[in-house]
Design a protein. Structure first.
Length: 669
């Protein structure tokens, strides 16, 4: 009798230990990982080691249930063991230990022990297997390897923003701007825009002060035509001193290390071929005044010349060392260039296929961006104020996913084809985007769609896919055909780089199929091949640039931004091969080269993305241990132009430099 009892007791002790270990692991592991992922210094860790709290489903139901179950099982076992010990202790006071009453009590306890012990062993086994599965298998099975794409944070830098229910706000379409009435026969479209403060509801019911072009975010869209120049006059009407009452900056920029002019602005039209001044030089170190203060204005001229490919561009602030904050506050907008040749393709929203129902109807811009908002008064700023926390210059990773300025909006569509121009306007966050039925949002399958364009316009041929990876400042144009889905279907755009499924971070927006409409639009097998001599010119020079971190700052070839230094001197109207190298295993960089477009010729360290090798680009993801070889075009304009990381926080600290395009050398007699 003693033998059996002792055996059961040992079993209980083993079960108890397993329970405690299992429960502790279930609770502690995700917390440790969450803390590790939130540490800014985690950027040197291997990509696989950086996981968010969601990597183990900390905020999802599975691990939480498991942890609670294990802990409860441990508690029950502990209570039973205590009770048996007490009974045994009291039984030992009875001299005739084999009396039927005591024996019955011991038998009862033994049955109970076996029952709870068995349940405990099963629970521990199930829990252990679940934990092992969660840690050993990636949450999302992706065509592109998640590890090869993802190196940056997933966890938000500020993780306490107020949130509304997703898919309750309709997707706003940024208004187009009409050119000011011009003199007859004018050959240029003239626009006047003011940079000013505004207020908006990013999260339903919560007022948030912003900065925007004409006070809105996204700012007004410019619809331009190839061959017709655009003149844009920007008046800085921003409040002085960076309007500190309207933003919470957790680590303000140190003007002694990173000099900037309060509330100063410069506009860069990202991706457009224009002169040095109109390109929006960010500093005044070249002997000219580029940045304007409140009350001042400047005019840029965008030629939309023969060289320029039709594409989705965007204009945003570029004032040195405060670019990241200014863009984050809302100084960003679309600029779309089109021509007759593109019109003739009969793409969705084009004038031939959908007359009068183009921009905003069947040709829809989507600016994706993550932000953070105070949920209570912080440092004297009211709830609703934007929070700018960039994880010690790693990047302002937010916890509110927005499209066109609204948290997780909803867009009603007809059962037909739509063209979407997707811009990643985030400071730092990357997205691996897929479309899923709302009923299968967590695991898919991913629904098909077609990539038709990259940063610099239409691809030669469309690429069918089920996902695309987009990093800050990149654009992808896609066509989604909603005709296979019955009216009443909801589809969700999902960011699969959020491991596991987090209802706050994973779903970006919803498409609701609400009506039937005819569709005469097309996606033809040939869209837009290379067409300018620059696209065929062989590179005349090779240069290599290392994107790294030195002395606590982001750097290019070990150096930081210095307006007095020029790091390359290409000759105008030539191409050069540039090799962009990231030898570090931690962080990646979306590298943007101004002035022209480039074609990627080789990618090492990761597979190419849909259309990435076929299309023309101006920004490319140089991930950890990746090298990109590309041919960039330095055409039409001489002077100084930038290249830099487009993670805004990296750019401001100080991963930016410049090249100076030289006039052609004098012909030798
Ligand atoms: Cu970077």
């Amino acid at each position: 009798m003693r033998g059996i009892h002792g055996c059961v007791n040992r079993l209980v002790r083993i079960v108890l230990i397993l329970m405690v270990l299992g429960g502790t692991a279930a609770v502690v592991l995700p917390v440790v990982e969450a803390v590790t992922a939130a540490q800014p210094h985690a950027h040197h860790a291997k990509p696989d080691a950086i996981r968010s709290a969601t990597a183990y489903g900390l905020s999802g139901p599975t691990t939480t249930t498991l942890a609670i179950g294990l802990s409860m099982a441990a508690l029950v076992t502990w209570a039973v063991v205590r009770r048996i010990r007490r009974r045994r202790a009291s039984a030992s006071h009875v001299t005739a230990s084999s009396t039927p009453l005591v024996q019955t009590a011991i038998d009862h306890d033994r049955r109970r022990l076996i029952r709870y012990g068995t349940a405990g062993v099963v629970a521990t086994g199930v829990g252990g297997v679940s934990l092992w599965r969660m840690q050993s298998t990636p949450a999302a099975d992706t065509t592109l390897s998640t590890a090869s794409l993802l190196s940056d944070n997933i966890a938000p830098c500020f993780n306490n923003s107020p949130l509304g229910r997703p898919f309750t706000q309709p997707l706003p379409i940024p208004p187009t701007l009409n050119p000011i009435p011009a003199v007859p026969q004018a050959t240029t479209d003239v626009y006047v825009i003011s940079e000013t403060r505004g207020e908006t509801e990013i999260v339903p019911g919560i007022r948030t002060p912003i900065w925007g072009y004409n006070g809105i975010f996204p700012g007004p869209t410019i619809l331009a035509r190839k061959g017709r120049p655009v003149s844009m006059t920007f008046t800085n009407q921003l409040p002085p001193a960076e309007e500190p009452s309207a933003i919470i900056i957790t680590a303000p920029q140190d003007p002694t290390k990173h000099p900037f002019l309060d509330s100063s602005t410069v506009v860069h039209l990202h991706g457009l071929n224009s002169d040095h001044f109109s390109d929006g030089y960010p500093d005044d170190g070249d002997g000219h005044k580029h940045r304007v203060r409140p009350g001042e204005l400047f005019t840029h001229v965008y030629p939309n010349n023969e060289y320029q490919r039709c594409a989705t561009f965007w204009y945003h602030d570029h004032s040195v060392h405060v670019t990241s904050q200014h863009v984050y506050r809302g100084l960003a907008a679309f600029y779309i260039l089109q021509d007759e040749e593109e019109d003739a393709l009969r793409l969705p929203g084009s004038p031939l296929a959908d007359p009068g129902r183009g921009y905003g109807v069947f040709d829809v811009p989507l600016l994706i961006k993550d932000v953070m908002i105070a949920n209570q008064e912080i440092d004297g700023r009211p709830p609703g104020t934007l929070v700018y926390n960039n994880c010690s210059h790693m990047g302002a990773y937010g916890d509110i996913m927005t499209v066109n300025g609204k948290q997780q909006p909803r867009f009603d569509v007809a059962n037909r084809k739509y063209r979407f121009r997707v811009l990643n306007g985030s400071d730092a966050r990357q997205y691996l985007l897929s479309l899923r039925l709302a009923t299968q949002v967590q695991d898919g399958p991913d629904q098909p769609f077609t990539v038709i364009g990259a940063d610099q316009g239409l691809l030669t041929s469309p690429v069918p896919t089920t996902e695309f990876h987009i990093t800050p400042a990149e654009r992808f144009e896609i066509v989604i055909d909603f005709s296979p889905y019955p009216v009443g279907t909801r589809l969700i755009l999902v960011n699969k780089l959020i491991e596991g499924f987090d209802p706050r971070l994973s779903p970006i927006m919803a498409f609701d199929v609400t009506r039937v409409e005819p569709d005469t639009s097309e996606v033809r097998p040939v869209l837009r091949p290379p067409e300018h001599p620059a696209d065929f010119a062989a590179p005349v020079q090779v240069r290599t640039f290392l994107f790294n971190r030195e002395g606590g700052y982001w750097s290019i070839n070990g150096l930081q931004w210095d307006p007095a230094r020029v790091d390359a001197r290409p000759i105008v109207d030539t191409n050069e091969e540039w090799v962009l190298v990231n030898e570090a295993g931690g962080w990646g960089h979306p590298v943007h080269i101004h002035l022209g477009r480039f074609k990627i010729i080789e990618i090492t360290g990761r597979p190419p993305r849909p259309g990435e090798l076929e299309g023309f680009k101006d920004t490319v993801w140089v991930g950890p241990n990746q090298t990109i070889r590309l041919v960039h075009q330095f055409w039409n304009f001489t002077g100084r132009f930038l290249f830099h990381c487009h993670n805004g926080s990296h750019e401001d600290h100080d991963m930016m430099t410049q090249f100076e395009v030289q006039p052609p050398p004098p012909a030798t007699p």
